[in-house]
Design a protein around this ligand. Structure first.
Ligand code: TYM
Length: 333
C-alpha cells in the first residue's frame, strides 16, 4: 500500500529511555516512511509528558538527548521534518490549560492508561490525569491530519478528536480533526518474556530490545525470550510467543509472511531464535554506532533541536493566538 502524501503529520515519543523495537515498528518506522513520502511532518520528544510519572532530574537531559540522537540515527532528517522538544514550545502548556477547561473530568477518568499507570489514584500526579489533554493539544496546535502511533494510543486519539470537534462546534471551526495512522500487524509488539504484555520502555529491560542494544544483549534477550510449548515451529498452530517473534522478524527483515513460514516451518525454536537475533544485530548495529557518534557532538544535536523548535514555535504560536481569539481573550500584539 502506498504511504499517504501531502498531509500534515504529528507524533511524539516520551524520553523515558532508549526507544525499543516496539516503538520502532509500531510508530517510528512509519515516521520515516511518512517523512519520505512528501508530508509536512512534526515529531516531538514529549518531555512534559514524561514527568507525569516519577523521574530522575539528574539524568533527564541525557535521556532527552539520547532520544533525539536515536531519532536522527534511524533516519529522521531535521531538514525535511520538524523535530523538536515539546518544552521548547511554550504554546503546548498554555493551550493545555485552555483545552482542560473544555475537557470533562469524567472523560479523563475513563482513560485506560491513567487507570493502568495510576493504580494508586490518591497519590498519582494531577499531570498524569491531564496527560491526554496535553497530547490532544500537541496534535491540534499543528493542525495534523494524521498521527502515526501504536494501538495503545488509540483511546487518546479518540479523545483528541472529541475535543477538536467540541472546540470547533463551540468556538467556530478551527482545528483539523486528526486520524490515527496505524499499521495493524505491528501496532502492539509484545514483551519477550510475557507475550500477554506490551513491550515497554519502563518494564524489565529483558522484556524489550532497545535500538542501541549491543550484539551480546540482543543475542541474550532473544535466546531467553519465552516460546510456546513444544520445540519446533508448526505454521498451522502458532502460539502467541512465536507469533510475536515472527512478526518482529517479518517487519524488520522485510521478508514476506509466506516465505517466513516456509523458511521456519518444522525448524527448532533455537534455530529460529538464532536467525532472528542475527537479523536484528544486522539491522540495529548501524543505529547503535550512529547514536554514539551523534551523542559525541552535543552542540550539533542541540543546533538541530533549536532549528526544530524555531519552526514548531511559529506554527504553534499562530494557532494558539487563534485559539485564544476564538475563546474571547483580549490579546496584545
Ligand atoms: P510512547 O513514548 O509510550 O511511545 C512512542 C510510540 O511507540 C508506540 N509504542 C508501541 N507500538 C507497538 N508496540 C509497542 N509495544 C509499543 N509501545 C509503544 C506508541 O503507541 C507511540 O506511538 N502518549 C505518547 C506520546 C505522545 C504522542 C503525542 C503521540 C505525546 N503526545 C501526540 C502521538 C501524538 C506515548 O506515551 O508514546
Amino acid at each position: 500500500m502506498p504511504y499517504p502524501s501531502n498531509k500534515r503529520v504529528f507524533s511524539g515519543i516520551q524520553p523515558t529511555g532508549v526507544p525499543h523495537i516496539g516503538n520502532y515498528l509500531g510508530a517510528l518506522k512509519q515516521w520515516i516512511n511518512l517523512q519520505k513520502s512528501n508530508n509536512t511532518c512534526f515529531w516531538s520528544i514529549v518531555d512534559l509528558h514524561a514527568i507525569t510519572m516519577p523521574y530522575d532530574a539528574g539524568t533527564y537531559k541525557t535521556k532527552v538527548l539520547t532520544t533525539a540522537a536515536t531519532l536522527l540515527a534511524i533516519g529522521i532528517d531535521p531538514e525535511k521534518s520538524i523535530l523538536f522538544v515539546q518544552s521548547h514550545v511554550p504554546a503546548h502548556t498554555e493551550a493545555t490549560w485552555l483545552m482542560s477547561c473544555q475537557t470533562k473530568y469524567s472523560e479523563l477518568q475513563r482513560m485506560t492508561q491513567f487507570k493502568d499507570k495510576g493504580e494508586n489514584q490518591a497519590s498519582v500526579s494531577t499531570g498524569l490525569f491531564v496527560y491526554p489533554v496535553l497530547m490532544a493539544v500537541d496534535i491540534l496546535l499543528y493542525q495534523a491530519d494524521l498521527v502515526p502511533v501504536g494501538d495503545d494510543q488509540v483511546q487518546h486519539l479518540e479523545l483528541t478528536r472529541t475535543l477538536a470537534t467540541r472546540f470547533n462546534n463551540t468556538y467556530n471551526h478551527l482545528f483539523t480533526v486528526p486520524e490515527p495512522y496505524i499499521i495493524k500487524e505491528v501496532a502492539r509488539v509484545m514483551s519477550l518474556k510475557d507475550p500477554a504484555k506490551k513491550m515497554s520502555k519502563s518494564g524489565n529491560p529483558n522484556d524489550a530490545i532497545f535500538l542501541t542494544d549491543s550484539q551480546d544483549e540482543i543475542q541474550k534477550k532473544i535466546k531467553t525470550a519465552v516460546t510456546d510449548s513444544g520445540s519446533t515451529f508448526d505454521p498451522d498452530n502458532i502460539g502467541p510467543a512465536l507469533k510475536n517473534l515472527l512478526s518482529i522478524y517479518i517487519a524488520f527483515s522485510g521478508v514476506g509472511v509466506e516465505e517466513t513460514m516456509e523458511k521456519f516451518g518444522g525448524k527448532g525454536y533455537a534455530t529460529i531464535k538464532n536467525d532472528i537475533a542475527e537479523m536484528l544485530i544486522e539491522k540495529l548495529t548501524p543505529i547503535r554506532n550512529k547514536v554514539r557518534i551523534l551523542l559525541d557532538n552535543e552542540s550539533s544535536l542541540m543546533a538541530n533541536l533549536q532549528l526544530g523548535a524555531r519552526r514548531a514555535n511559529e506554527v504553534a504560536q499562530k494557532n494558539l493566538r487563534e485559539m485564544k481569539s476564538r475563546m474571547g481573550f483580549t490579546q496584545i500584539s
